[in-house]
Design a protein around this ligand. Sequence first.
Ligand SMILES: Nc1ncnc2c1ncn2[C@@H]1O[C@H](COP(=O)(O)OP(=O)(O)OP(=O)(O)O)[C@@H](O)[C@H]1O
Ligand SMILES: [Mg+2]
Length: 265
Amino acid sequence: MTTAHALRLEGVTRRFGAARILNGVDLSVAAGERHALIGPNGAGKSTLFNVIGGTLRLDAGRVWLDGTDVTGHRPHVLARAGLGRSFQTTRVFARQSVFENVRCALWCGEVTMRAGANARAPFAKWMRWWRRSPEIEARAWEVLVDLGLEQAAHSPAGALEYGAQRRLDLGIAWASGARTLLLDEPTAGMNRDEAAQVISWLQRASAGKTVLVIEHDMDAVQALADRVSVLVRGRIVATDTPDRIRADARVREAYLGAPAAKERP
Ligand SMILES: Nc1ncnc2c1ncn2[C@@H]1O[C@H](COP(=O)(O)OP(=O)(O)OP(=O)(O)O)[C@@H](O)[C@H]1O
Ligand SMILES: [Mg+2]
């Protein structure tokens, strides 16, 4: 196993009852790559993220992060190892302000990074550092401006309208300092302008990071991804550049053959 892969999956399998939702998924994402995961509704994409992210147990297979076997590791352990994620449904601290949500994520990222070198530092020390960190505040503002959230900085996160809450969720995942990000449908439910803003932000924000992103909109995939993998009924059926995936007969068949996918022309 080389460390050139930020993320590598081999034979990842997960059953729910008798149904094999993930059926031997093999997938490699190179360090620094932007990789899209597409597939019909119910193909198992979010389930795969839950397995990689440690919120769901796998039945068989292995997962490597930066060359280290992390199969079955819990989410907080994976976060320390540099894995971050956003969710298909937004998760923010609803009563905290938008600004505090981002500042808190940046702080957690810094603590995780510094604690790696100095794991015995007392928590009180981090708290003191937190109170007087103008650098973190400045960076939090940058994230908010980039995501078009600066007007809402002092509102409770729970009061944001849907598209803005989704953008905040992404900002939090990014701000936590993860080197590898799993993003589950970052533009879902957004209007065209919001989606375009998120895509353009992701193009900039993903520099120096590895991104695996679930995305239904092929134009967004084209704009974002170096490579695309197609998941159909729990298996990867193709991995290639966005152009070649668009032209791939198996992919067309997978989408056209899946009734639920007709909802998204
Ligand atoms: N906790 C669970 N228990 C039982 N079945 C589940 C569970 N989670 C997911 N499933 C089933 O696994 C299948 C795959 O679901 P998943 O959410 O991974 O699909 P998806 O590819 O993300 O779809 P979408 O594009 O609609 O988000 C579905 O049939 C779903 O009903
Ligand atoms: Mg899903």
